[in-house]
Design a protein around this ligand. Structure first.
Ligand code: CP
Length: 334
């Protein structure tokens, strides 16, 4: 069989089928993805991991494509890793934040989107406080739209990078007990995580004080606890969520110390989980509130693996949404 010239030229990683693509324009959430699409993204990310370990961390896969990051809310990990992912694929990137955009002068999201669209970008990445903001953008623009977190609705790439990290450490999802605890109500990612993990075959267990649990969350097919200890029994994966005081997360506790005493993940509580359980946190962490420092930095923690996998997953999503990326790139360049 003849070698694929795109692989030989280093346009795409070895063994990656140049014609794989998501048959959709946008990635708005995990709820609309089927398990095969999720596996396609994870498998593609697996191929892209290797590029970040090279001395020269760049392939020409998305040369000539442009990616615009619109971040209307603060972000460290998501924004940086989308920028790095796009650059490692040789796409042109531009990042816009609310404070430096015309939003501060009163421009609406739709007007902003129409103006950005007039510059012919290929992909738009958006983070916004309003649930549904990414959908509004996707309905307005012909460019592909990636949701980088719309309020407490969905944050699909975070759920995908978490799934990749779990797969790296546990191999398979079937029958895994994944405990997610903390401020479920205000979390950007928890709905995406529940959809993603259940579609892949894991059992999802939530633990939170009643004020941190949205009404009807049980209908998503999860086990719910109001105390952390019973949830942790036999857990394979323990994922802490930050208390989001800035989103109106009310502690219902006299202090953060009191919350930590009753709901923080410390070594004693972690000992209730399986011996080989892994500890995860999407970041940013509140040390001493939802998680003890010695657990966050301890041998069970895979928190920084999540961050590394964020780049690979976002490379995969950009590649797959750019529409058989490399194939198109080669045809256009020829
Ligand atoms: N996990 C996550 O979304 O982090 P950032 O808010 O820093 O992007």
């Amino acid at each position: 069989m003849m070698a694929d010239p795109q692989v030989a030229d280093g346009v795409i990683p070895e063994d990656l089928d140049a014609h794989r693509a998501l048959r959709r324009k946008d990635l708005l959430g995990i709820e609309d993805l089927d398990p095969d699409e999720i596996r396609l993204i994870l498998d593609t990310a697996e191929h892209f991991k290797e590029i970040s370990r090279r001395a020269i961390k760049k392939v020409p896969t998305l040369r000539g494509k442009s990616v615009i990051n619109l971040f209307f809310e603060p972000s460290t990990r998501t924004r940086t890793s989308f920028e790095i992912a796009a650059k490692r694929l040789s796409a042109d990137t531009q990042s816009i934040s609310a404070s430096t955009s015309a939003v501060v002068k009163g421009e609406t999201l739709i007007d902003t989107a129409r103006n950005i669209e007039a510059m012919f970008p290929d992909l738009l990445v958006i983070r916004h406080a309003f649930p549904g903001a990414a959908k509004v953008l996707a309905d307005t623009c012909s460019a592909g739209v990636i949701n980088a977190g719309d309020g407490a609705h969905e944050h699909p790439t975070q759920a995908l990078l978490d799934a990749l990290t779990i797969r790296d450490h546990k191999g398979d999802f079937d029958g895994l007990r994944v405990v997610i605890f903390g401020d479920i109500a205000h979390s950007r990612v928890v709905r995406s995580s529940i959809h993603c993990l259940r579609k892949l075959g894991a059992e999802v267990v939530l633990a939170a004080p009643p004020t941190f649990l949205p009404k009807g969350i049980e209908q998503m097919g999860v086990e719910v606890h109001h105390r952390l200890e019973p949830a942790l029994e036999g857990a394979d994966v323990v994922m802490a969520l930050r208390v989001q005081l800035e989103r109106g997360g009310k502690l219902s506790f006299p202090s953060t110390q009191e919350y930590f005493r009753l709901f923080g993940l410390n070594r004693e509580r972690l000992a209730l989980a399986k011996e080989d359980a892994i500890v995860m946190h999407p970041g940013p962490m509140n040390r001493g509130v939802e998680i003890a420092s010695d657990v966050a930095d301890g041998p069970s923690s895979v928190i920084l693996d999540q961050v590394s996998n964020g780049v690979a997953v976002r490379m995969a999503v950009l590649y797959l949404l750019a529409g058989s990326g490399a194939a198109k790139h080669v045809e256009t360049a020829a």
